[in-house]
Write a protein that binds this ligand. Structure first.
Ligand SMILES: [Zn+2]
Length: 240
């Protein structure tokens, strides 16, 4: 896996930096970072003249997995969005449309330092993943392995086929998601992860995972094979 190089904050926030951004940007960033610090108990610390950091990102006691995953998802999306915005603003011409007339402020390295600690994605350890968080992480990885850029991440290699990418997700399930019992699979002919937990697919003893919409049971009782396999079997019996 490799990461798309976002707008370089270290280069962007060099001493003496002055960058034009929409008015209220610094305040909005500070407010967001303060919210995260309050909810998770993170504390920005600063060693001598170096930039402040959240250190080991130690989550305070009493924060539930649900809150941790929600705040991390929200914050990580915010970080990626902010980087994108900064990249755009750094090369914008504020004297011409569509930027002309936008109220601006100047972001300096000093103002940047006031929210710098929060410009990192929060890593949630797998033992704290909720079912939904696990599913979103796996969907993200699936997209990356399929050759799509997701969350700034790309696959360092040729894209895998839907079945191959699904097999990798499956191989890691015992380590990352066993307790969530989602049984993520790529149903035959589809290019997406589905879960049997919410009825996204049924298991055919003949051909594997089959999307719910491609499945129809025999009149009264649940079938063990999909309509396709049943039709094939019928055809073979008639030929015999
Ligand atoms: Zn089948």
């Amino acid at each position: 896996m490799s990461y798309h190089v976002f707008f370089s904050m270290s280069a962007g926030f060099s001493p003496g930096m002055a960058m034009t951004v929409p008015e209220g940007t610094a305040e909005a960033c500070r407010a967001h970072v303060a919210d995260v610090e309050r909810e998770l108990g993170f504390e920005a610390t600063r060693y001598k003249a170096s930039a402040p950091t959240w250190g080991g990102m130690r989550v305070k006691d009493g924060v539930t997995d649900e809150v941790l995953c929600r705040v991390a998802d929200d914050h990580n999306g915010w970080v990626r969005y902010l980087y994108k915005q900064l990249e755009e603003w750094s090369s914008a011409d504020w004297s011409k449309p569509p930027k002309r007339g936008v109220k601006t402020e100047v972001l300096t390295s000093e103002t940047g330092m006031t929210f710098w600690a929060g410009l990192h994605e929060i890593i949630v350890p797998p033992e704290r993943w909720t079912r939904g968080y696990y599913r979103r992480r796996m969907e993200h990885l699936y997209n990356v392995m399929r050759g799509l850029e997701s969350e700034g991440q790309t696959f360092a290699g040729e894209a895998l086929t839907p079945k191959q990418a699904g097999a990798v997700i499956h191989a890691f399930e015992p380590f990352l998601g066993e307790r969530h019992q989602l049984d993520l699979e790529v149903p035959n002919g589809l290019d997406e992860l589905r879960s049997s937990y919410d009825g996204g697919y049924y298991w055919c003893t003949g051909c594997g995972p089959v999307a719910w919409e491609d499945w129809e049971d025999e009149e009264d009782e649940p079938s063990e094979t999909c309509p396709g396999c049943r039709a094939k079997k019928k055809g073979a019996e008639e030929d015999a």
